[in-house]
Design a protein around this ligand. Structure first.
Ligand SMILES: NC(=O)c1ccc[n+]([C@@H]2O[C@H](COP(=O)([O-])OP(=O)(O)OC[C@H]3O[C@@H](n4cnc5c(N)ncnc54)[C@H](OP(=O)(O)O)[C@@H]3O)[C@@H](O)[C@H]2O)c1
Length: 247
């Protein structure tokens, strides 16, 4: 398809797999230019791959990076926000700074970039924005709230913006997927149902990005069904069930 894609959060895990799609890709993250994996891919994809460092948690970094990413291929067809931060915190280890960092990366970074991209996409009158949220956005689970609360905010914002953006030809899409074996989930000590390899998750995402537009992309089916069901139950039942996840 040879679209011009900007992946924010593409230096490891799922994002790194997405870089291998073979389209024209600008890849960003805090350490993108220091990544050996990306340096190898740069040799393979040559002119089809550009690297722009960006810290989604820093306002200064974003303005410059948006300009560089836009100019790299003279426009962007698809912006993929994949940056994510995850820390497990219980109320005894609660740390505001870690919470703030997760909020900056999982939520505010997307909003900052969106704000800078908006006039450029509106002028073009078409394009797709894809935000990688998480099935964790469906319901707050014990010890994961610092991660899932900003993800839920991201999904709520997307629901609110989608109809308006569509009027300008911008298709906003969210991805809610389950557990993937990356450095983020390496922090989990519990058994993760339907855990996938990053390449498998990327395969689902590639397919979704080539299909006609729909607002939400969700996989795997069983975990998504279970968590959405939990969301729909009365709180006295759902919270009694999630309590069982406490260590
Ligand atoms: N793994 C899962 O089970 C799972 C499940 C549902 C959703 N997700 C979501 O999938 C996305 C990718 O996660 P992953 O599991 O592949 O983890 P990962 O390997 O840690 O990848 C996270 C990416 O985000 C980048 N990043 C982190 N902080 C950043 C910042 N401040 N500014 C710019 N980039 C930043 C990282 O690069 P640098 O360190 O170079 O900045 C890296 O490229 C995340 O949004 C995550 O929430 C993951």
């Amino acid at each position: 398809m040879n679209r011009r894609i900007w992946i924010v959060g593409g230096s490891s895990g799922i994002g790194l797999e997405l870089v291998k799609d073979g389209e024209r890709v600008v890849v960003s993250s805090r350490n993108a230019s220091r990544s050996n994996e990306l340096a190898t891919l740069e040799v393979i994809y040559e002119e089809h791959l550009k690297i722009v460092d960006l810290d989604a948690a820093s306002e200064d970094s974003i303005e410059q990076a948006v300009k560089k990413a836009w100019d790299a291929f003279d426009g962007i067809d698809l912006w993929f926000y994949n940056a994510g931060a995850y820390e497990v915190m219980d109320i005894n280890t609660w740390d505001y700074e870690r919470f703030e960092q997760m909020t900056r990366v999982n939520y505010l970074g997307a909003v900052r970039i969106m704000t800078a991209l908006m006039p450029l996409f509106k002028r073009t009158g078409r394009g797709r924005w894809v935000w990688n949220a998480s099935m964790a956005s469906y319901i707050g689970l014990p010890l994961g709230g610092g991660y899932s609360a900003p993800k839920a905010a991201l999904v709520n914002l997307a629901e609110s913006l989608q109809p308006e953006l569509l009027q300008y030809g911008i298709e906003l899409q969210i991805i809610n997927h389950g557990f993937v074996k990356t450095r983020l989930t390496a922090k989990n000590s519990f058994e993760m149902p339907q855990l996938m390899e990053p390449s498998e998750a990327a395969e689902h995402i590639f397919t979704a990005l080539k299909e006609p537009y729909s607002f939400e992309v969700r996989f795997p089916f069983a975990l998504g069904f279970f968590l959405r069901l939990l969301r729909m139950l009365p709180y006295r039942i759902s919270l009694a069930l999630t309590k069982k996840a406490l260590p």
